[in-house]
Design a protein around this ligand. Structure first.
Ligand code: DGP
Length: 117
């Protein structure tokens, strides 16, 4: 799906809304969460609008893989790779997905409990 003017993350990709960008590549952009829940809390998103994991097509395999590899790189640059970090992809209403543009939360810098709330 093309960029959507009603999608806040598409507008960040387009540079229409400021964000603290920490990583960019061909497929992804990563920026600090506006409301961090951990000392390191970065969101990795695809440049192209995909509403959720459930909306990803088989042909999106490259971009979905790029999201995980970008998350790996963000964790390393942010200094949490060695100690450990958590990747979260909230998907749908029951998981409290509030922004309907796929995003991987990269969270670290504190102990993570299991199970999550
Ligand atoms: P989720 O519940 O998984 O859909 O999380 C959405 C996250 O997006 C939430 O942690 C707050 C963050 N967020 C929402 N709007 C903005 C924004 O405009 N800028 C930034 N940097 N983060 C945002």
């Amino acid at each position: 799906m093309a960029e959507r003017s009603d999608c806040i993350f598409c507008r960040i990709v387009a540079g229409e809304i400021p964000a603290d960008v920490v990583h960019e590549d061909e497929h992804t952009v990563a920026f600090r969460d506006l409301d961090p829940k951990a000392p390191v809390h970065v969101l990795v998103i695809p440049r192209r609008h995909i509403a959720s994991i459930s909306d990803a097509a088989d042909t999106d395999a490259a971009v979905m893989g790029a999201l995980l590899l970008a998350a790996r790189d963000v964790a390393a640059v942010e200094g949490v790779a060695e100690g450990g970090y958590r990747l979260v992809v909230n998907t749908g209403a029951a998981a409290n997905q509030t922004v309907h543009h796929v995003h991987v939360h990269v969270m670290g810098g504190r102990d993570m409990r299991w199970p999550p709330g």
